[in-house]
Design a protein around this ligand. Structure first.
Ligand SMILES: [Cu+2]
Length: 161
């Protein structure tokens, strides 16, 4: 067996071992994220909600850990929840948002959403702004986000909210 052939055989054996490792049920495989079109609402009262869908078609879990833009003071990960007194309140998801393998996570008004805090004055209807999403395992993704009337985001709200 030539040296090159031995190396190929070793590589094939290693690939088999790696593939075997991916079969574990605990999400030890590789995440494969498909980030859908993102849209942000026209800013009101110093904030703008940002909606999008992230699908993980891989066989490993991932997590959205942060979102950033140069066009706002901050981008926060929020979830709207109903408190003990029936009020809808926004809570900060400091721990990020899980993106389990084989699932689609929808960020929408009335549920999980991203929130631009004090967007720049030039973030206006009809414009766009770049937003970068950072993940625990997958490479960061930068989106060009269209700014649309708030009512267009509400049309995407989860049923019943
Ligand atoms: Cu919010």
């Amino acid at each position: 067996m030539s040296r090159a052939r031995r190396l190929r055989a070793a590589a094939a054996a290693a690939a088999v071992l790696l593939l075997g490792g991916c079969a574990g049920p605990s999400g030890t495989g590789t995440p494969d994220l498909r980030v859908g079109t993102a849209r942000a609402s026209v800013p009101a009262a110093g904030v703008s909600q940002l909606v999008l869908t992230i699908e993980n078609v891989g066989d490993g879990d991932d997590r959205l850990v942060a979102a950033t833009t140069e066009r706002a003071l901050a981008v926060e990960l929020h979830e709207t929840v109903v408190d003990d007194e029936g009020r809808a309140v926004m809570t900060l998801r400091d721990d990020g948002v899980p993106l389990p393998a084989g699932t689609t996570v929808r960020f929408r008004p009335g549920g999980l959403h991203l929130m631009l805090v004090v967007p720049d004055a030039d973030v206006v209807r009809g414009g766009t702004l770049p937003v970068t999403l950072a993940f625990d395992r997958s490479p960061a993704v930068t989106l060009e986000v269209a700014v649309v009337p708030t009512v267009e985001l509400l049309e995407d709200a989860p049923a019943g909210s």
